[in-house]
Design a protein around this ligand. Structure first.
Ligand code: CP
Ligand code: NVA
Length: 302
């Protein structure tokens, strides 16, 4: 990896992504065969959470343990940053104790500031803008199920949110064709959209059927992300027709896979039937968070 941190998907070149995925595959193989891979012996990861998490929390903490290291969970409920201690001080001090910081929070600027003020690698575990660790796991899952990345068509149906932003950059970086179907007003972040629209492999559609036609991997995510709960009812109405269901999936390529970062709201962005038909791929995707993040930590902190 050429970057010291993983703050955004654009920190990674195609070669970086392929390096991470190759190591992630190795991590998965090792775990399946009970081979140890203790490259972070004696190292500690500080994990900062100002939003809820199941997968990110458990996969990072378990990943550190499996690599021979240790992880500390810090939440806004019980750490001083939750009482207003500046990031400058928190980042400076944590850098004197730990060997890496994972942060899940609202503003991307806060994650960027941890990298700016601290002296250890910082990994974005989700912000309002991006979720790069998720997309590394998703790319790993596509490759595992479909055997390739470059040349395949990825489709996103729903909110142009953090996961969508990172997917656009990640898929295009890997030479994939990326189609996004969002209702007007829910487009991806303008900077990411502007960069993507320079690439002929990118299409922004208003009709989910146009995006899903012949797609090899169909992605969706919740209509209201963390922090948007008060708009949930309005969003439910605004996203009418932007649901992944069996009818939409009938348009996708034969053997197309479905990806959902989870948690899922069955009956909203995805039907229970579509979820059940693709649950195996979705749970593989969740599992691959562990292997992909172990690869990232080994490369950044090893
Ligand atoms: N997909 C994901 O990041 O899940 P958590 O919110 O449970 O960490
Ligand atoms: N877009 C969702 C992803 C959760 C993992 C959110 O930000 O809440």
């Amino acid at each position: 990896m050429t970057s010291k941190h993983l703050l955004k998907m654009s920190d990674l070149s195609q070669a970086d992504i392929l390096e991470i995925l190759a190591l992630a595959d190795q991590m998965k193989f090792n775990r399946r065969h009970e081979l140890t891979h203790r490259v972070l012996e004696g190292k500690t990861l500080g994990m900062i959470f100002t939003k809820a998490s199941t997968r990110t929390r458990v996969s990072f903490e378990t990943g550190m343990f499996q690599l021979g290291g240790h992880a500390i969970n810090l939440t806004s409920a019980d750490a001083q940053f939750g009482r207003g201690e500046p990031i400058e001080d928190t980042a400076n001090v944590l850098s004197r104790y730990v060997d890496g910081i994972m942060i899940r929070t609202f503003a991307q600027q806060d994650a960027d500031d941890f990298a700016r003020y601290g002296s250890v690698p910082v990994i974005n575990g989700l912000t309002d803008l991006e979720h790069p660790c998720q997309i590394l796991a998703d790319l790993m899952t596509i490759r595992e199920h479909l055997g390739a990345l470059a040349g395949l068509t990825v489709c996103w149906v729903g909110d142009g949110n953090n996961v969508c932003n990172s997917l656009i950059t990640g898929a295009l970086t890997c030479g994939m064709k990326m189609r996004v179907a969002c209702p007007v007003g829910y487009d991806p972040h303008p900077d990411i959209l502007n960069a993507a629209q320079k690439n002929p492999d990118f299409v922004l559609a208003r009709d989910p059927r146009e995006a899903a036609e012949g797609a090899h991997a169909v992605f969706t995510d919740v209509f209201a992300s963390m922090g948007q709960e008060k708009d949930a009812q309005k969003r439910l109405a605004d996203f009418a027709g932007f649901q992944v269901n069996m009818e939409l999936l009938a348009l996708s390529a034969e053997n197309a896979i479905v990806q959902h970062c989870l948690p899922a709201h069955r009956g909203e962005e995805i039907t229970a039937a579509a979820f059940a038909a693709h649950a195996n791929e979705i749970y593989d995707e969740a599992e691959n968070r562990l292997h992909a993040q172990k690869a990232v930590m080994a490369l950044l902190m090893g």
